[in-house]
Write a protein that binds this ligand. Sequence first.
Ligand SMILES: NC(=O)c1ccc[n+]([C@@H]2O[C@H](COP(=O)([O-])OP(=O)(O)OC[C@H]3O[C@@H](n4cnc5c(N)ncnc54)[C@H](O)[C@@H]3O)[C@@H](O)[C@H]2O)c1
Length: 368
Amino acid sequence: MLRAKPAASVARPLILSSYDEVWSLLDWDQLLSRLRTVMAQFSASRKQPPQIAHGIQKTEMVHIAQPIRSWIEIPQHSGSYGVMPCFVADGDLLSTKVVSSYAKNPTQYSLPSHNAWVMLFDGKTGVLKAMLEGASITAKRTAAASALATETLSNKTYETLAILGSGVQARSHLEVHQRTFGFKKINLWNYQRSTADKLKEELQSGRDQALYPEVEVFENVQDAVKDADVICTVTMSTSPVLLSEWVTKKDVHINGKSTQPRHQFSYDWVTKKDVHINAVGAPRPTWQELSADLMNRGSIYVDTEVAARHESGDLIMSGAEIYAELGEVFNKTKEARWKQLTIFKNLGMAIEDAVSADIIFQKYHEKN
Ligand SMILES: NC(=O)c1ccc[n+]([C@@H]2O[C@H](COP(=O)([O-])OP(=O)(O)OC[C@H]3O[C@@H](n4cnc5c(N)ncnc54)[C@H](O)[C@@H]3O)[C@@H](O)[C@H]2O)c1
């Protein structure tokens, strides 16, 4: 019988289905560095006009292709299902993440709300190289993008970090922020207090407990964010949890001695420092996590402008203006307004999954 089989066979793809294995292969430092580069490339390539020859767009000039993700809503199960393809010319990365978000999973079925797989293809041949558990990738790359925003857009006072939400993203945001900046104090809030208490216990009894010297759980958001330098909102809320009047400038006490030999004096004063917010939840057009007046007060940074205008309820429903993509700040085409209230609306990009998958694939082969 004639079988329609290609003349040459392709190698079996690498399949890694363990959350823990994928997590451990994705090195934070490499991830931070690669994300910075690819976000800068994305924002630069978006600004370049298409190369036209004889009236036809030259497809070989594509640096990064990343369409807006496609979502299917499954309202009867409070779920949604998204597909995120992309191509990155630097490294010939071709990948697709399929991701589901089911809000009721944790409480109804004791399952994670987000489940995903990332498929990594060879961009030169289109052959599948790897299929990787994707919830771990989502947790790490999202937090890494927020950490890059904190580094770039905050006033660099790393005293108090407030985390609103106590799920997967709360954990990955805590880990990367503490590894990178070492905040002195962590303020936790969750709409179900017991979940925040459990997170505190986990942080202070786990292997990395030295990263979390002081952790306090708050009954309400207002108290949790009162003295924060950086706030990360990582909830599944569909309506605002963070209001403008609760986000105030913080008094910072500065004292020291002048080192000028002829004018030696001591100084001691109080100044006010503004806050940086990483807004990670509310990824759907009708959801909000930040109040409209808070959105309109800050300088808004996004990962991708086109997707943010399409997907972010915080932006759509507040009518707030986007100031820049984070990649534009990395490219130095837009400024980091770190003296003001800055808000990074982090929606996640397919190219973040692609570089993550590439790091994991390479690390796996170095080890095996
Ligand atoms: N930007 C990105 O790329 C990206 C990636 C993954 C997840 N997310 C978003 O980040 C948020 C957190 O994701 P996660 O994986 O940590 O989810 P999770 O289910 O692990 O945690 C969600 C947290 O929100 C709390 N919560 C649930 N319903 C709430 C409500 N109505 N009000 C306030 N809090 C509520 C839960 O108790 C839990 O602490 C979600 O909105 C998710 O869609 C964004």
